[in-house]
Design a protein around this ligand. Structure first.
Ligand code: 5GP
Ligand code: ZN
Length: 114
């Protein structure tokens, strides 16, 4: 897959290893890691190694592996209830300008009663 880096981007720095992260999955095209501010246990992010600010800036060649990685994480986490979230633009709550997909497990009642 083609690569593209923005030296001022925190997610590009995470991909390079210049900023530490809890890595879940890495392939030639994507990187996945735990969110630093989880809204549920297991909250993960999947990002392309190609720097693009928003989804519509990302070449199609990266899309399939992102979705496959989200699926792989769901299987690895053993979750049946979860949301995939992807924000574009400040008004839509995007804070980091490198395309990312949130994988957010929904704790079930049985999980909470543990
Ligand atoms: P957004 O609101 O842009 O869709 O989500 C950005 C996400 O990136 C937030 O959930 C935030 O907690 C996460 N995040 C921001 N900076 C870092 C970081 O340095 N490391 C990790 N692991 N997550 C980060
Ligand atoms: Zn980037």
């Amino acid at each position: 897959a083609s690569h593209n880096v923005d030296d001022n981007c925190i997610f590009c720095k995470i991909i390079k290893g210049d900023i530490p992260s809890f890595k879940l999955v890495e392939t030639d095209a994507v990187y996945s890691f735990l969110d630093i501010g989880p809204i549920a246990p297991g909250h993960a992010l999947v990002i392309p190694k190609y720097h693009a600010a928003k989804l519509h800036d990302l070449p199609d060649e990266h899309l399939g592996e992102i979705l496959a990685t989200l699926k792989k994480i769901a299987v690895a986490q053993g979750v049946e209830n979860y949301n995939i979230l992807q924000n574009n633009g400040r008004i839509a709550h995007q804070v980091v300008d490198h395309v990312h997909f949130h994988m957010i497990p929904k704790p079930s009642d049985s999980d909470e009663s543990g």
